[in-house]
Design a protein around this ligand. Structure first.
Ligand code: NOJ
Length: 760
């Protein structure tokens, strides 16, 4: 009885909900005291229960589903739940924890809120193309408002894995290839989700997948990663570090091994680097069944072995595998795992719950009325339209075919032209695709006077192998013969002034477990485009896809091309705005598009080599291919506008700087075309000589400027020695005096350059 009363007292003791990550010492002291007091009452079983994360519901991303969930919650065997949302569903499970367990410890509720919860924004690779940190932060803040109104308090986002291999389907979920830009985006997303405190409209972020998941060999999902320390530190780890520095509350371990040790059992990664070096204070959860997956990895023969490897490494929460639940107690009793490890992990999980205010009010996120007025409210849909517009990249525009005129007739064709499901993309679990706006809807609404001749034209693919894997229904395949579909589309084209073909991937072809060895359009769509080209009508290709595609034929033959990614709930509205010039495209690629899959990995910040290729066709003994140039189809930072921009030569305030001084770099950028437009001015540097070889270019900054037609603006940047730091021969993060180049330009290839020195 006394114990009960004490527990109740713990639960009703008022706790400030405003627990900033940068919290005052007194807030921290209160939390420490609360958690210590609670833990002093917990049994070993109850502590282990807090480390168990179960999946209840629908979105299963592995071979196993959690069983006996309600009973396990009641027994105190569950610390958190994911894949369930809505205030009602969450309340039901929370009630079991709060009313039926001895210590009434509330559950944490997570979900894959990746690019929006109900209002779906463009996929992260698309959002990154906006280079607009405020907007990106805003999309995460809206996702947090919706998710927290829908019962959730923990989101499995952002994914900050640098990826340079478009065969990997999960490239869709990240910010692209660049560590500096990736770090800015990681920070913006953490701020958007969490805010400066965990107020009720915010959620805790879970940064994933720690670490290096994007470097899976051959672009094959879940595959091995083997990487030098230098490359890790220089190119792949910075965005995770940026997320930690921004106060991320939690981190998810990745599936891959790193140099022989799976991330989930990697003590160097999880403890030495993450906690000791970076000072991470939050908790680490595994990815789906990742502890048990260390058995096939070869880290142990059974759950007992691998649970020990994981807890020793510093993993706090076990997602779905229940290896902790089944083995930790015995491991402690056998003297194999010290109690201090269980305590440390339990404490971190309880601290997260405390920060989220769950001990004050376990039903804090279960307000049906709030859900009703928040979810998909008009302001959020407007934000989704704005985001989608800002992420569409104009890849080609010969003879100013775009923007289209709001008169005459258009043949609108392609398997994605009247699609609703695919456009919200992979990882849009809670998104209601039925509410999404197709391109056909969007054009009808915007250009009412234009005659639209619609025909589907082809399925996304007729490849039997893919159909077996993904399902004809899931692909939206129609039963009409391929030839008939093409004939209908050609007939539509012939009676129209211009053809707009909406082609690409289904949402199932990017994202998790969606690696591809060929990354072009599929045969059926290629046949369609070729038949349309043969009509002689201007051909505008609108792409929807989650990864860079190989588009050589399309680039050679289409008159105009838009990369729209999977642009979310309002994709069709945004695409129509761009097609008809209500919005002048401004987005820039954050990932290189190869000409051919054989060039992968291809990225702008490569090394020079001892035999650099300089574009000459004949010179054989260079670092090059016999059959293709080294050039990408579209470089990092690339994206056109309906207007044109020109850059003056670079002006430097000095030809050299000392450590501690600032170099001012500027250029005049002019809008030389007919439309008002936005340009992303990009700043790159190159260190010419170093104690280790340095990349040919590294992004160090950018500015977005809006210029009216005919207008010019001076754009200024500063560079300091800190901006020039890197991991030197001794793996020390420092700068080295010497010669540098600085570049300003519209993408990573089209740049002006100047020289400067960093002196001692
Ligand atoms: C597996 C995925 O790798 C991860 O990104 C996701 O958050 C979890 N499943 C949970 O669904």
């Amino acid at each position: 009885m006394i114990r009960r009363l004490l527990c109740l007292l713990i639960l009703i003791t008022p706790i400030t909900n405003i627990f900033a990550q940068t919290s005052s010492t007194s807030e921290k002291k209160k939390m420490d005291a609360f958690v210590a007091s609670l833990m002093s009452k917990m049994t070993l079983d109850e502590k282990i229960g807090q480390l168990n994360l179960v999946s209840v519901g629908f979105d299963v991303t592995g071979p196993i589903v959690s069983k006996n969930v309600n009973q396990n919650i009641e027994k105190g065997n569950v610390g958190g739940v994911f894949n369930t949302y809505t205030p009602v569903a969450v309340r039901k499970l929370q009630e079991i924890a709060v009313n039926h367990t001895r210590l009434k410890i509330p559950l944490i509720f997570g979900y894959d809120v990746i690019h929006g919860h109900k209002t779906i924004f463009p996929i992260p690779l698309g959002l990154a193309s906006s280079w607009d940190m405020n907007m990106i932060k805003g999309t995460a803040a809206i996702a947090a408002q919706e998710a927290s109104a829908d019962g959730l308090n923990w989101v499995f986002s952002p994914m900050v894995d640098i990826a340079r291999d478009p065969r990997w389907g999960r490239i869709a979920e990240g910010a692209g290839e660049d560590p500096w830009l990736g770090s800015q985006i990681a920070k913006a997303m953490i701020q958007g989700y969490q805010g400066s405190d965990y107020s009720v409209t915010k959620v805790m972020a879970c940064v994933k997948h720690f670490a290096l998941y994007g470097a899976a060999e051959a672009g094959r999902d879940y595959n091995t990663v083997d990487m030098s320390d230098r490359r890790m530190m220089q190119d792949y780890l910075p965005p995770y570090k940026a997320a930690v520095d921004a106060g991320a509350g939690s981190i998810m371990s990745s599936f891959n091994e790193i140099n022989g040790v799976p991330a989930t059992g990697n003590k160097w990664l999880m403890t030495d680097l993450l906690r000791k070096q970076w000072g991470f204070k939050g908790f680490v959860a595994t990815d789906y069944t990742a502890i048990n997956e260390m058995i096939p990895h070869g880290m142990g023969k059974d759950g007992y072995d691998v649970a020990k490897v994981a807890i020793d490494a510093g993993i706090d929460m076990d997602m779905v595998s229940e290896a902790y639940l089944d083995n930790l107690k015995k491991l402690v009793k056998d003297g194999k795992v010290p109690m201090s490890e269980i305590d440390a992990s339990c404490r971190r999980v309880l601290e997260a719950k405390y920060k989220l205010g769950l001990f004050t009010d376990p039903y804090r996120y279960c307000n049906e009325q709030r859900a009703q007025v928040t979810i998909m409210k008009p302001a959020f849909l407007d934000a989704a339209t704005e985001a989608a517009k800002r992420t569409i990249v104009l890849l080609k525009n010969s003879n100013n075919v775009l923007p289209l005129k709001s008169v005459g007739s258009i043949a609108l064709v392609g398997p994605l032209a009247d699609d609703h499901r695919d456009m919200i993309g992979p990882w849009s679990g809670a998104g209601d695709w039925k509410q999404s706006v197709s391109v056909l809807d969007g054009i009808k609404k915007l250009a009412g006077n234009v005659q639209i001749n619609y025909a589907r034209g082809s399925n996304i693919t007729n490849d039997d192998w893919l159909i077996k894997r993904l399902g004809a229904g899931e692909l939206g395949n129609e039963n009409t013969s391929a030839q008939q579909m093409i004939d209908d589309a050609v007939a539509a084209a012939k009676k129209s002034d211009v053809v707009v073909a909406v082609v690409g991937e289904s949402y199932t072809m990017s994202g998790e477990a969606a690696s591809r060895s060929e990354i072009g359009l599929f045969g059926a769509q290629e046949d369609l485009l070729k038949a349309l080209k043969a009509t002689g009508k201007p051909l505008v290709v609108v792409l929807m896809n989650g990864r860079p595609l190989t588009l050589k034929w399309e680039n050679d033959n289409a008159d105009a091309m838009l990369e729209t990614w999977f642009a979310g709930t309002e994709a069709g509205t945004a695409i129509a705005d761009v097609l008809f010039g209500a919005y002048n495209p401004s987005a820039k690629l954050t990932i290189t598009f190869p000409q051919d899959v054989g060039q992968i990995p291809i990225y702008y910040s490569h090394k020079n080599t001892g035999r650099p290729y300089a574009g000459d066709f004949i010179d054989r003994y260079k670092s090059r291919y016999l059959d293709i140039s080294n050039d990408p189809l579209y470089p990092f930072g690339y994206g056109l506008s309906y207007t044109t921009f020109s850059y003056s030569d670079i002006k430097l305030n000095n030809s050299s700087i000392k450590p501690g001084q600032l170099l001012h770099v500027s250029a005049t950028v002019s809008n030389t075309g007919k439309y008002d437009g936005e340009e992303t001015v990009q700043l790159y540097t190159r260190q010419m000589v170093g104690s280790v070889t340095r990349p040919v270019k590294e992004l160090k900054g950018f500015k977005k400027i809006f210029l009216k037609a005919g207008e010019s603006q001076d754009v200024d940047f500063t560079i300091s020695s800190n901006d020039l730091s890197f991991y030197d021969i001794n793996m020390k993060y420092t700068y080295e005096p010497g010669d540098f180049k600085v570049f300003l330009g519209t993408n990573s290839q089209d740049v002006k350059e100047a020289d400067f020195k960093l002196t001692k």
